[in-house]
Design a protein around this ligand. Structure first.
Ligand SMILES: *Cc1c(COP(=O)(O)O)cnc(C)c1O
Length: 379
């Protein structure tokens, strides 16, 4: 059986975890946490980063930093993971769901303006499959209406956006005011199963982000010697991971270039093989302004029936292919609160998108086998 996903070990994880344990500093914000954070700040130019216990936690910190009042509205694509919406709902916001684009599952920036009301406070673009949203258009709408932008970059490590307005290539997660990454074991790199990162790009949020991270205290300032005692100054929670998770993540960060090169090689093999299969499915779309970080290889089939048969056929041939999100606007939990707008592109991806196995230890031979099986299904 070729599983859909399999976590990859670089070989140094246990070594660094051992080092963390035997140096006796087990709780968070130690040597490995600082090393990981500095790595992200240097490599991508992020103003400030804080490791978190998950991508969901990083999103919750973003939502807390937005300082929302009950009834404030947040625009979120309906085709995303539950955590994107939950983080803001927990802060009392009203979630306004946006549709996806025709060309790929990302939020359709052209429909944004029509969703904005006097209560709108935040836009949350999700870079699906690590492919950039139309950030120039999104940032322009946000600045016109004085809104915050929180990037859900959970899948978007090491991916970039070419900004025509700024004439620059920008790392995803480094464009909005705040951003969240995930190191869950299904992502390109993992912090030992669960993990995340909060990115603060707008420096106005740095002080409060540290306080929220440190359970509502100004302990970070105390440790830097900036204040002579620390105490309870704001809201917060225990968002920081233990050092063993940061140590695990460090082993993966050290090898990120190798991991990315291998994933891209597999992704390109899928793309080359499957572009030669003439059948009614579409391949992933990477717009000119986006890069491919090989987070995911997906196909979009014509309808739900065909997709169900496709997944079953691959399973019978030992291949673990899986569908992805169900539309959040019609979920059991939210549908009564949704404003009733149809989101047809989101529903189409919910019914028709299928993800193929993609992980570091997959081989080119296995990709060829999967593609041959797909060709047989359509023949
Ligand atoms: C994985 C993911 C999350 C949640 O990350 P966790 O680390 O699992 O909490 C949020 N949003 C998107 C788009 C994701 O893919």
């Amino acid at each position: 059986m070729i599983n859909f996903n399999q976590p990859h070990l670089t070989g140094k994880e246990a070594h660094y975890m051992y080092e963390a344990v035997y140096e006796g500093k087990l709780s968070g914000n130690g040597k490995f946490t600082k090393r990981c954070q500095a790595w992200f700040e240097q490599r991508y130019g992020f103003a400030k980063t804080l490791l978190t216990t998950s991508g969901s936690d990083a999103l919750e910190m973003c939502a807390m930093l937005c300082n929302l009042k009950p009834g404030d509205e947040v625009i979120i694509p309906s085709y995303t993971f539950v955590s994107t919406a939950l983080a803001f709902l927990r802060e009392g916001a009203k979630v306004v769901f946006a549709d996806s684009m025709k060309r790929n599952p990302n939020l359709d920036a052209q429909t944004l303006e029509a969703l904005i009301t006097p209560r709108t406070r935040v836009i949350v673009p999700v870079h699906y499959a690590g492919v950039a949203c139309e950030m120039d258009a999104i940032m322009a709408v946000a600045s016109k209406h004085n809104l915050l932008v929180v990037e859900d970059a959970a899948q978007a490590i090491d991916s970039y956006y070419t900004s025509n307005i700024q004439h620059k290539i920008l790392p995803l997660g480094g464009i909005g005011h705040l951003a969240a990454f995930s190191f869950h074991e299904t992502k390109n790199i993992t912090a030992g199963g669960e993990g995340g990162l909060l990115v603060v790009n707008d420096e106005r949020f740095i002080r409060r982000a540290e306080i929220i991270w440190e359970k509502g205290t100004n302990r970070a300032e105390f440790f830097r010697g900036e204040v002579n005692k620390y105490g309870w100054v704001d809201m917060g929670s225990s968002f920081l991971p233990a050092e063993i998770n940061a140590a695990f993540l460090w082993a993966q960060l050290e090898n990120l270039d190798d991991i990315q090169a291998k994933r891209k090689q597999l992704w390109n093999r899928y793309y080359d093989n499957l572009s030669k299969v003439h059948a009614s499915f579409s391949l992933p779309d990477i717009p000119d302004y986006a890069t491919n970080n090989a987070h995911m290889f997906y196909l979009v089939l014509p309808d739900l029936e065909k997709r169900t048969a496709f997944i079953k056929y691959l399973k019978e041939h030992g291949i673990g292919a899986v569908f992805h999100y169900l539309s959040l606007h019609s979920s059991e939990y939210y549908r009564a609160r949704h404003d009733g707008r149809q989101l047809p592109e989101c529903d189409r991806y919910a019914d028709c998108l299928v993800r193929l196995p993609l992980f570091y230890d997959l081989t080119i031979e296995q990709v060829d086998f999967i593609c041959d099986t797909i060709r047989d299904f359509f023949a």
